[in-house]
Ligand binder design. Structure first.
Ligand SMILES: C[S@@+](CC[C@H](N)C(=O)[O-])C[C@H]1O[C@@H](n2cnc3c(N)ncnc32)[C@H](O)[C@@H]1O
Length: 248
């Protein structure tokens, strides 16, 4: 398990992220690879996954109970969650507590960008039927959903959010221009990309991409972005058109 101390940030621009889950081991490989590992190596972010059981009391370290009023399944108890989050907030001046929840606001690129500018994020992952409502009312700052479907628990949802936000921390990506050609930048999808070989199974790369004319290539790519967005995502296309007609 990758455990990095976030009590004494190495630099003031370092984003500290704590993930609270019943299954932190689900994240082991994820944190050790790609951009997540790079962000930590460069001290741009510190990400730590914690087991909620660490804060559970009693002989059996119980974290869940039956819901009052009956019904299916179990709920995470409030006490270990309050104790954990109050401790994790520790020395941080500005902590932001996010509960991964199917009832939350739908996660998006602007939200990833917003999170990347925080000082300290705590992601709370639910399990079973969810968590006691008093945690949501009195401890959580924001609820985020990663889509209209139900996961077994919020750990993978937290990983999705962390993966997306980490790309927005300056210095994490090799070439930050790539953020601007990603889908959802300026409410557009991305454009088609090709690599070697020039001809594969008789399918040739569009000749414009081999022309060396950078201005024409940029123009072609922008046209492709507009066309794809219009065809595949009418909802985004509508927003883009509104924004751009206001500018004109
Ligand atoms: C089985 S779900 C509970 C679903 C809950 N009974 C409901 O209907 O809203 C268990 C946990 O998975 C996480 N989860 C499930 N779906 C999610 C989604 N779409 N986005 C973010 N988190 C999700 C939440 O943390 C949730 O507490």
């Amino acid at each position: 398990m990758l455990q990095v101390d976030c009590d004494e940030p190495a630099s003031s621009r370092m984003l500290c992220i704590d993930i609270l889950s019943l299954f932190p081991e689900m994240l082991e490989g994820f944190f050790a690879t790609s951009m997540i590992a790079k962000a930590q190596k460069k001290s741009l972010a510190r990400i730590t996954a914690h087991s909620l059981r660490q804060w559970a009391k009693g002989k059996h370290f119980i974290t869940d109970e039956r819901p009052f009023g009956g019904g299916a399944g179990m709920l995470l108890k409030p006490e270990p969650i309050f104790d954990a989050i109050e401790e994790l907030k520790g020395k941080h001046q500005h902590s932001w507590v996010v509960y991964l929840s199917p009832e939350g606001d739908l996660f998006s690129t602007p939200k990833a960008q917003e999170f990347s500018q925080k000082e300290h994020l705590i992601f709370l992952s639910g399990h079973y039927e969810g968590i006691d409502e008093r945690v949501r009312e009195h401890l959580v700052d924001e609820e985020i959903s990663i889509g209209d479907y139900i996961l077994t628990n919020g750990t993978l949802a937290a990983a999705v959010v962390v993966d997306a936000l980490i790309r927005h921390i300056p210095g994490v990506l090799g070439d930050e221009a790539s953020l601007q050609q990603d889908s959802f930048f300026d409410n557009l999808l991305s454009f088609p990309q090709y690599t070697r070989p020039e001809i594969f199974r008789e399918w040739a790369v569009p000749s414009i991409l081999l022309s060396g004319n950078h201005q024409a290539i940029q123009q072609w790519r922008q046209e492709q972005r507009l066309r794809r967005t219009q065809e595949r995502r009418p909802d985004l296309w509508k927003i883009w058109r509104q924004k751009h007609s206001e500018k004109d």
